[in-house]
Ligand binder design. Structure first.
Ligand code: SF4
Length: 363
């Protein structure tokens, strides 16, 4: 048998899937729009965490036509907490393309699907196979891990030539009558049995008998991962500026990290209390003394923000590129990136202090 011959897995894998497939909202039917939304959400988040986002998104934007017409801020708010906002922006671009160029009809082949913004090999294969029953590979990290272990592959399986070879062998094992179920079964096995961290569940695995890594006792050591580059550390100082029942926010630049998102104003350096006060003066903001509110860290894929926070009460106006936002608007309309989540308790406290102050002034 060839090292990467997976032809033997089809029958035991599908029988297991028929018995054990999880009931998930995006498996209720095979509508391509629903599958697309779930696949994009699942690229960055666990199944359990995705469920409420998925229900909310589908309730607000039930069709590709609704997504194409969605307001940008509403869209970002629906995505708040999932991160990687460029993905939902690409979804909107793709929805517009589907409406304008295809009369609202979803492409059904991987090649056509890949012409849409934000749809790569994996997502195209998932939509084509699950929604349209096309034989197309949908190989994500879960599937690669299962494949590496089944074949006891010690090379880095994410290297493009090896990955392509694995994809071809998986395609050979894919039954023409059930490609979508086959792909989902492989992903499911990786997600609930052949787990990434800790010991895989070989004792309950439907593929245990033919799995070489299990036989050789090396399953937990595979797959071999490429050495990760150290993330860049960026020091930042963040300001919570309050004014007459509002908090001051600023829009980020339209390119780069968190492009076009609202943020707490800040600078890319760690400032002392004195320097923070000077920075507010330099921005032309008259404010009370800066109060330190602690430090927080946020990890992105390639960079870490190490943030130092200060709060202050603004006396007067703020520069044109900043705007004041009420507590209600912040909760209802603004998608504040998760990077600033650590400061949410201080934000809420600031709003509370302002409301108490206002009540006292009224009395
Ligand atoms: Fe993974 Fe174990 Fe199953 Fe092999 S036998 S595929 S290592 S869970």
């Amino acid at each position: 048998m060839k090292k990467h011959d997976f032809s033997w897995i089809t029958e035991p894998l599908l029988s297991w899937y028929d018995r054990s497939a999880r009931i998930l909202p995006w498996r209720e039917n095979r509508e391509p729009y629903r599958i697309w939304v779930s696949e994009i959400m699942l690229q960055q988040t666990r199944v359990e965490a995705v469920k409420p986002y998925y229900e909310r998104f589908l309730n607000k934007l039930p069709t590709v036509a609704a997504l194409a017409q969605a307001d940008e801020q509403e869209l970002l708010k629906l995505w708040e907490g999932l991160g990687y906002y460029s993905r939902v922006r690409n979804m909107k671009k793709a929805a517009i393309q589907i409406m304008q160029e295809r009369g609202g009809r979803f492409p059904d082949s991987p090649e056509e699907l890949k012409k849409l913004p934000g749809i790569g090999d994996y997502t195209a294969g998932a939509i084509a196979s699950i929604a349209f029953q096309k034989c197309a590979a949908a190989v994500d990290g879960n599937v690669l891990r299962v494949a590496a272990r089944l074949a006891a592959e010690r090379e880095e399986i994410s290297r493009p030539p090896l990955r392509r070879q694995i994809e071809q062998e998986i395609m050979r094992a894919m039954p023409k009558e059930r490609p979508g179920d086959f792909n989902q079964a492989l992903m499911e096995l990786g997600a609930v049995v052949c787990l990434p961290n800790g010991a895989p569940g070989c004792s309950v695995c439907p593929l245990a008998l033919g799995c070489v890594a299990r036989r050789e006792g090396i399953a937990q050591k595979l797959p071999t991962k490429p050495k990760k580059k150290a993330r860049k550390i960026q020091e930042r100082t963040i300001f919570l500026l309050f004014s007459h029942g509002n908090i001051v926010l600023r829009k980020r630049s339209s390119t780069g990290l968190l492009a076009g998102m609202w943020e707490l104003p800040g600078v890319e350096e760690k400032l002392s209390v004195r320097e923070a006060q000077d920075m507010l003066n330099r921005w032309g903001i008259r404010a009370s003394a800066c109060q330190p509110i602690g430090e927080a860290k946020h990890v992105f894929t390639h960079i870490e923000w190490h943030m130092t926070g200060f709060s202050a009460v603004v006396r007067g106006s703020v520069p044109a590129e900043m705007c004041m936002v009420s507590q209600e608007k912040l909760h209802r309309d603004i998608a504040l990136p998760s990077a600033f989540r650590a400061f949410l308790p201080e934000i809420e406290q600031g709003f509370w202090r302002m409301s108490v102050q206002q009540r006292e002034e009224e009395n």
